[in-house]
Design a protein around this ligand. Structure first.
Ligand code: OKP
Ligand code: ZN
Length: 343
């Protein structure tokens, strides 16, 4: 299958995040994508293609215009105040505070963020715009008749909601791809999130819709990030009732438990009978991941890809998390190559 990739991801490079009481280098780093690209090339998965420019309209189809405009100008506004360091929020619009958008760039940063681990840097806008184009170009490959396409996106996207960033995510690449498939002939799209962390942003975007079925297998938010969403009783609302399916699994769950959830999710997807599948492909369910607590081995990622291939659906895979940098390429490409050989 083709891989869509842009070097511009490198321009998003946060310096540090707060971890275990100290500032450590950001887990979400450019080397992650390098490792995946190296593995794509080493295994001969397929051609590596640059994305084509799609402009902002497909981004605005899933994100709030004010939020997008904020991201576009945030770094310049921050820098104009003499700040040459990563833009990070330090407070949130918690209960009973004023519900208005602040005027100041720092206030707006707080308003549009869900956590303090998602830095805006000089190159963030360029990187996330290129990332959206990567996801859209992978969706175009499916629209053109391909059975599978890989969007090698960085930073990830699944925590980004209609109008907020967080969890290292700004634009929801997988949601943008799913919406693009909808706009180009797919009547129903299933979006399966296998990242260790609940895809709160994707859930937010499609929660009231019955044309995009969202399913997520993740560490239980009772103990795991993002804590405030991802419980099993979140089933969608309005027209979307029944089209949001969460499989929260206790941190430390076994591989068998994980694959039981995948089997259930695949059953729901088959019943939905979508025209296409989008996979939020985080590989942080890996046993060696530094910030996650599932136990999948590299071989288990082959099994994941094989199971997804058996759905018999054309699929766009968007890279999400995975912070064991050395094996991230093996794990991600294992899913893709096993998918391809079982379709
Ligand atoms: C992103 B993805 C605050 C940040 C806490 C955030 C984890 C984000 C995971 N310092 N950790 O789903 O892999
Ligand atoms: Zn994750």
């Amino acid at each position: 299958m083709q891989t869509f990739y842009s070097d511009i991801h490198r321009q998003h490079h946060g310096r540090t995040e707060l971890y275990a009481g100290t500032l450590v280098p950001c887990f979400e780093m450019p080397a992650r994508a390098d490792m995946v690209l190296d593995r794509v090339r080493a295994t001969g998965l397929g051609e590596v293609c640059p994305p084509s420019a799609h402009g902002l309209d497909p981004v605005l189809a899933v994100h709030d215009a004010g939020y997008v405009a904020f991201l576009q100008s945030a770094w310049q506004r921050w820098q104009a105040l003499g700040r040459d360091y990563d833009a990070l929020p330090k407070m949130w619009q918690i209960r009973r505070l004023r519900q208005a958008l602040p005027e100041h760039v720092e206030g707006q940063l707080c308003y549009y963020s869900m956590d303090c681990g998602t830095p805006i840097t000089a190159g963030t806008w360029a990187a996330i715009s290129a990332g959206a184009d990567v996801a859209l170009s992978a969706a175009d490959a499916l629209i053109g008749g391909q059975k599978g396409a890989f969007a090698l996106t960085r930073p990830p996207g699944h925590h980004a909601a209609r109008d907020y960033c967080g969890g290292y995510c700004f634009f929801n690449n997988a949601a943008i791809a799913a919406q693009h498939l909808r706009a180009n002939g797919a009547k129903r799209v299933a979006l399966l999130d296998v990242d260790y962390h609940h895809g709160n942003g994707t859930q937010d975007i499609f929660y009231q819709r019955d044309d995009v079925l969202f399913l997520s297998i993740h560490g239980h938010p009772r103990t795991e990030y993002p804590f405030f969403l991802g419980f099993a009783d979140e089933c969608g609302e309005g027209a979307g009732l029944g089209y949001n399916v969460n499989y929260p699994l206790p941190a430390g769950s076994t591989v068998d438990t994980w694959f039981d959830a995948l089997a259930q999710a695949c059953g729901r997807i088959a019943h939905f009978a979508p025209d296409a599948l989008v996979v939020s492909l985080g590989v942080d369910a890996y046993q060696g991941d530094p910030i996650s607590r599932f136990a999948l081995s590299s071989d288990d990622f082959l099994r994941m890809g094989e199971r997804l291939g058996r759905l018999g659906l054309p699929a766009v895979f968007c890279l999400e998390g995975g912070y064991a940098v050395e094996p991230i390429g093996i794990n991600a490409v294992n899913v893709l190559s096993a998918f391809e050989s079982s379709v």
